[in-house]
Design a protein around this ligand. Structure first.
Ligand code: G6P
Length: 607
């Protein structure tokens, strides 16, 4: 979604802002803009469309050393030049960039219009720019503070003023914002990826905090002007992790990275021989968790699919009732949270608005709240009582891949950790952990045969409707496989628990329709073989994901994508990989922009 970058220092700001915006592109956007403080003037350039369009408007000889830049993902108001950020006040001396949504913008607008302010865009942000201007009496920080007291809603903002060159004022309430600390310079960003080329030292702003940033000083305060002291933290990610490093696309890079990413995720946390799991993030709440009467796992998109695998894992290993809920439903439907309910938010970014709101709602109702999050210091990580980081490095590709496998791996470790403290025997835990330890190498084996998935994509990428079927642990994988295909190749795909097919969707099956069936060895094998027969009887083309060595399946399926054998609860970690690859190749063959799929954002920070 929208991205913020800011720079104040000794170097020309423009190239730094544009580089930052380029690194934010993966989040999704449809317009972009920059404001530079040039002498005692503001120079604002903005345009709908890609960054390359904006770049044509810019004068790269500009020497200004203070500026802000923004990528906008239109939610309210079309993606036009006028609606792009930065937004100026009527005098053209104050510029604002903003992520989030101001809820009382229309009332503010009416009030300001009555006072003679003229608006040039349809955005809520312009009302904020005008309001700051209304309060401005020579002190930008003070004017921003006063204006923020008048608004409600979620925001991360950066403001510059022609009368105060060398100053950026920033504030956060519900949108990520961090300050990069350099030598004689500071940066501001909504995402660490935007500034990592310049510094890995950061200060994270919390909700309700403001910052006045100059080249050599940052003063942090609350909205009520109380001073705030914060430690400078180190970003763990390396620059290499946010660059393509020779790959054509981030999605392929991240699929390929999965063996190493999972090694990192598991490192130091599992002891196969002893059947032990060490999760430092849970130590302080282990007692509460083992006594929990119910778990609710919540998330959105791919994270919700991982949570669904988690539900199966938790009930099998911990034997505690567990439900998985879409965060967007949970937050509004008056859920029953009784004593002993633990809510676990699963989120790669840690910033998804619905997941964050579900968590806050659960917390207010007295639940213990945990996070399974990738981005360190993210909003969900901060809101939770405890949690486990994925440790898989940044995920840039919009289609989530390595985060899914890591989320499942973390939930598997949690299930084993808590299971051992309840019903799971040491021998069963040891078998589970031994199997988990083999997963990275087994994914590497699957990746060596990636060409098989490409052959399937080549054969069927022209078909507009696909079905994905799975049972048990592989039912969430069917959902995930279908989501991957639709989000990047724009092919309609539906994932189903295989037995549900006969209650309606079977009517869709026609000659040659691709039906991906996850038919790995285990308790569901015979039943899923029956489902395959039902599809074949109606002319569907079977693409099976099966366990190595299963020759029978080859008699039933047009294509077989083999995965190594593992225990049933861990199969999703393997079966999802060929489906990620099919989606990737299908998207490429259809000429889709894999890393920038239409209408999608990497991190959905609005409702
Ligand atoms: C967006 C992304 C999905 C992701 C979902 C949840 O829709 O495009 O890939 O699964 O958000 O994101 P999160 O960061 O909470 O895991």
């Amino acid at each position: 979604m929208c991205g913020i970058i800011g720079y104040v220092g000794q170097r020309p700001a423009l190239p730094i802002l544009i580089d930052g915006l380029r690194r934010l592109e993966y989040r999704g956007y449809d317009s972009a803009g920059v404001a530079l403080v040039d002498g005692d003037k503001l120079r604002v350039s903005k345009s709908a469309g890609r960054l390359s369009v904006l770049e044509q408007l810019l004068d790269f000889k500009a020497t200004s050393t203070t500026g802000v830049g923004h990528t906008r993902w239109a939610t309210h108001g079309a993606p036009t030049d006028a609606n792009a950020h930065p937004h100026l006040d009527a005098t053209g001396r104050i510029a604002v960039i903003h992520n989030g949504q101001i809820e009382n913008a229309s009332a503010l607008r009416t009030y300001l219009e009555r006072q003679g302010f003229v608006f040039r865009s349809e955005t809520d942000t312009e009302a904020l720019a005008q309001l700051i201007s209304r309060f401005y009496q020579g002190n930008l920080e003070q004017a921003v503070r006063q204006a923020l007291h008048e608004i409600s809603g979620a925001y991360a903002i950066a403001v510059v003023c022609a009368d105060e060159p060398g100053v950026i004022v920033a504030a956060r309430n519900g949108g990520p914002l961090l300050i990069g600390v350099g030598k004689g310079e500071h940066l501001l960003a909504s995402d660490a990826a935007a500034i990592l080329a310049h510094t890995s030292q950061v200060v994270y702003l919390s909700d309700g905090e403001m910052a006045r940033i100059t080249a050599d000083h940052v003063s942090l305060t609350t909205l009520d002007a109380m001073p705030v002291t914060k430690d400078v933290e180190e970003i763990e990610w390396s620059l290499d992790e946010i660059e393509l490093s020779g790959y054509d696309h981030f999605m392929l890079k991240e699929i390929t990275e999965q063996p190493a990413a999972l090694e990192n995720c598991l490192r130091g946390r599992i002891e196969p021989r002893a059947g032990a799991v060490h999760l430092g993030g849970l130590v302080d709440c282990t007692r509460e968790l083992t006594r929990a009467k119910r778990f609710i796992l919540t998330g959105c998109g791919t994270a919700w699919h991982a949570a669904l695998v988690g539900e199966y894992l938790f009930e099998e290993l911990i034997r505690t009732p567990t439900e998985t809920e879409y965060a967007s439903e949970f937050r509004y439907r008056n859920p029953v949270i009784d004593d002993g309910t633990v809510v676990i938010a699963v989120s790669q970014s840690g910033e998804t608005a619905d997941t964050l709101a579900a968590l806050v709602e659960a917390k207010q109702r007295g639940a213990a709240v945990l996070g399974v999050v990738n981005v360190v210091g993210s909003s969900i990580a901060r809101e939770t009582d405890a949690g486990i980081y994925l440790h898989v490095g940044p995920e840039i590709g919009v289609a989530s891949t390595k985060a899914f496998t890591a989320q499942v791996a973390v939930l598997a470790m949690m299930a084993c950790y808590l299971g051992r403290r309840k019903h799971l025997s040491p021998a069963a835990a040891s078998q589970f952990i031994t199997a988990l330890a083999q997963i990275p190498k087994q994914i590497a084996d699957i990746l060596e045969r990636a060409d098989q998935a490409k052959i399937v994509a080549e054969r069927y990428c022209g078909m507009e409707n696909w079905l994905y079927l799975g049972r048990g642990y592989n039912y969430p994988v069917a959902l995930e496989g279908a989501l991957k295909l639709k989000e990047i190749s724009y092919i309609h795909a539906e994932g189903l628990p295989a037995a549900e097919m006969k209650h309606g969707p079977i009517a869709l099956i026609h000659e040659g329709m691709p039906v991906v069936v996850i038919a790995t060895a285990g308790s569901q094998y015979d039943r899923i073989s029956n489902n395959i027969a039902q599809v074949r009887a109606r002319g569907g083309s079977i693409i099976a994901v099966a366990t190595e060595g299963d020759r029978e399946i080859a008699k039933l399926a047009e294509h077989v994508l083999y995965v190594p054998d593992t225990i049933e609860p861990l199969q999703p970690l393997l079966t999802v990989v060929p489906l990620q690859l099919i989606a990737y190749h299908a998207a490429l063959l259809r000429g889709c922009n894999v890393d920038k799929p239409r209408n999608l954002a990497k991190s959905v920070t609005v409702e």
